[in-house]
Design a protein around this ligand. Structure first.
Ligand code: GTP
Ligand code: MG
Length: 355
């Protein structure tokens, strides 16, 4: 067969222009590391042509704060904040059309949105069925978003696809083709993961995990991008560890201690209280390995070292906080390139890329 037959749009794989950075951002603990804030900062800084989301589905919750506005996102990529970016959702993502269309309206980003025709659709019956499953709700601590039941239907090849729903037709796009073509012509692509490494179905704390793998290579597979096309993998850690729902959490602090330290958080999707523990170097080291990280971000440093609040230069960090960052680097073996020092997308120390 002529190779062109594989490329209906007439694009041949070679020769290929050397791509500008394509960066994948994933969580290094149990989700809620503050990926939303890191991604929104990177989108504003790097002005990507495309921000594309892989990951699980609307069981994810990201909070983005920018210029006094607070946005909660479950389906739209957190990089929406940069208005020049196309916002794509890869085939691996499970889509709840109600949640998606509601966000499109709220953020007025419909003209920039592209959805892979093969995103599986979460129906009301998936949510109802999940809510009735004491295994998922009581034992695992599911967010009741219909992720488990919809994933099961997808594996059984009976889930509906985005291409089957007329209300989604304005948004259907060839996501892998657009992402790869943009890189071919030297464009910038920012890839967003969801959840965190230890919620991975394969490498996480099974059975207390989500319904898919969420490590960097899985996120690439979700969007149809091969691993050779990626320049950087950024793993995001919070300066302490939290987890929502059941499952092991080493060093877990009693609730009163979590409150005393100001580390109490509430789930973005479920509003449930999160459990918390101090930073876990061992988990961090392993997350860097599992994701092939080239760089790391640490968020919420100001919640462990309050004097850091709002700092924008590494030199302004108190010695103790700077030592913690150095300890993280030494322990995981890759540089900490971004440090979160406050809630706004701009409250960040940017130490530049390591290259
Ligand atoms: P992901 O699911 O990883 O995207 O994180 P999330 O948005 O669920 O994180 P979480 O709900 O824990 O935290 C979000 C809130 O923390 C938002 O209001 C952010 O603005 C804020 N936040 C993010 N990074 C920092 C930081 O470095 N310092 C402080 N004080 N707040 C931060
Ligand atoms: Mg979250």
């Amino acid at each position: 067969m002529h190779p062109k037959a594989f490329y209906p749009h007439g694009v041949l794989p070679f020769p290929r222009v050397k791509s500008l950075p394509c960066r994948v951002v994933v969580g290094g603990f149990f989700g809620d590391e503050g990926k939303g804030k890191i991604i929104s900062y990177l989108a504003l800084r790097d002005k990507p042509d495309i921000v594309v989301r892989g990951g699980v589905g609307p069981n994810a919750g990201h909070t983005v704060e920018f210029k006094g506005e607070k946005y909660f996102l479950r389906m739209i990529p957190s990089g929406f904040i940069y208005e020049g970016a196309q916002l794509l959702i890869g085939a691996g993502v499970l889509v709840n059309p109600r949640v998606l269309l509601d966000e499109v309206e709220r953020l007025r980003c419909g003209s920039r949105l592209g959805l892979d025709p093969q995103c599986a659709i979460i129906e009301e019956r998936h949510i109802e069925e999940e809510a009735r499953s004491s295994h998922l709700v009581e034992k695992i601590g599911s967010t009741k978003s219909g992720i488990g039941t919809c994933s099961a239907d997808r594996v059984m090849r009976r889930a509906k696809m985005a291409r089957d729903l007329p209300e989604l037709s304005p948004y259907i796009r060839d996501v892998p083709l657009e992402v790869n073509r943009t890189l071919d012509r030297g464009g910038v692509v920012l890839v967003e993961g969801t959840q965190g490494t230890y919620l991975s179905l394969y490498h996480g704390t099974y059975p207390y995990c989500t319904a898919k793998d969420v490590c960097a290579s899985a996120i690439l597979s979700d969007i149809g991008l091969g691993p050779t096309r990626v320049d950087d993998v950024l793993v995001v850690f919070k300066a302490y560890v939290t987890r929502v729902g059941a499952g092991p959490l080493k060093g877990e602090l009693p609730r009163e201690e979590v409150l005393r330290r100001g580390w109490m958080e509430y789930g973005t999707v479920t509003r449930r209280e999160r459990r918390a523990a101090p930073f876990d170097f061992e988990l961090a080291r392993r997350a860097v390995m599992l994701n092939g990280a080239t760089e790391v971000a640490v968020t919420k440093l100001d919640l462990v070292y309050p004097e850091c609040r709002g700092a924008r230069r590494y030199e302004d960090l108190p010695e103790e906080a700077a030592r913690f960052i150095r300890d993280v680097e030494e322990s995981v073996g890759v540089p900490v390139v971004l440090v979160g020092t406050g809630p706004d997308a701009g409250d960040i120390i940017d130490r530049g890329t390591h290259k």
